[in-house]
Design a binder for this molecule. Structure first.
Ligand SMILES: [Zn+2]
Length: 284
């Protein structure tokens, strides 16, 4: 899932490549992707793209005061296209959800792989009209250690779930929360409101280092190659069974109904494997 660094890099890419161009036409290929009807998608045609921004994991294209807001969900992506074919795409086939044509013949596709469709597109007069944006907590890169401590103090839950709760802190998802907790040497199951001052400082430093490092790797990449860069920078996320690059221990996994987390026991949990409910259910 694209998280803060990927979406920020996409916004930067669009600022360079789309701002100043006029939207010629927007084709909707996946009807379920559009979540608003007023203003209609066609209202964007003929208007100039004037900005691109990020709110949490939402991408926001400012089109002369109207906003095309996109949440890429789990398997969505934005592909920059040069010389788009003028014929409208066939709806309901393949990964294409939406195609935007710009007046210079270039444009972009929003695509989503897989059968579970979560990609969401909104056309609004203000980004705050999107419910997911209205609920966002402060941006993960905008909080200092003290603010982070205050945000966590009110949360009686595990660190992993708290860091990925967009109403607490905006922009961090499954991958970077694994990476941040690994860099901070903290267990994903630690209670968010029970950190010592030292642990809180470590968490804050790890959060900034992880997100800014990832952003740095992604900026300047073509939109098509960003995802590969993300994978190359990961230490524990999606690396179950591989050696931890810091200590050499084997990266382990905890599975949930529709997601999983990865961690290093030596770096994060005093060498003890965390209980995996799915595994212990199978063993019982
Ligand atoms: Zn380790």
């Amino acid at each position: 899932m694209p998280e803060l660094p990927e979406v920020e890099a996409l916004a930067a890419f669009l600022r360079e490549n789309a701002v100043g161009r006029v939207i010629a036409r927007v084709d909707l290929a996946a009807v379920q992707a559009i979540k608003t009807f007023d203003p209609p998608l066609s209202a964007l045609s003929g208007l100039e793209v004037t900005g691109a921004a990020r709110h949490g994991k939402f991408l926001d294209l400012d089109v002369s005061g109207l906003h095309l807001v996109v949440h890429l969900a789990r398997a969505g992506w934005l592909h920059w296209r040069e010389a788009l074919p003028p014929a409208p795409p066939k709806p309901g086939r393949g990964p294409l959800a939406l195609r935007a044509h710009l007046d210079d013949g270039n444009g972009f596709d929003l695509t989503e792989q897989g059968t579970r469709k979560g990609l969401a597109v909104y056309v609004v007069r203000s980004p705050a009209e999107v419910p997911g944006i209205a609920r966002l907590g402060p941006d993960a890169l905008d909080v200092d250690a003290e603010r982070l401590g205050a945000l966590l103090a009110g949360r009686h839950g595990q660190l992993k779930g708290t860091l990925t709760d967009q109403t607490v802190l905006a922009g961090i998802g499954n991958a970077y929360s694994d990476e941040i907790l690994h860099a901070a040497r903290l267990s994903p199951f630690r209670m968010a409101d029970k950190l010592t001052d030292d642990e809180l400082l470590r968490l804050h430093a790890a959060l900034r280092e992880t997100l800014l490092g990832a952003l740095d790797r992604q900026l300047g990449q073509r939109a098509a190659t960003m995802k590969g860069e993300k994978r190359a920078g990961l230490q524990v996320h999606a690396r179950t069974g591989l050696p931890c690059p810091v200590c050499g221990d084997t990266v382990r996994e905890v599975s949930f109904a529709d997601t999983s987390l990865q961690y290093c026991p030596t770096c994060q949990t005093g060498g003890k494997p965390l209980a995996d409910r799915r595994m212990s259910k199978l063993l019982r």
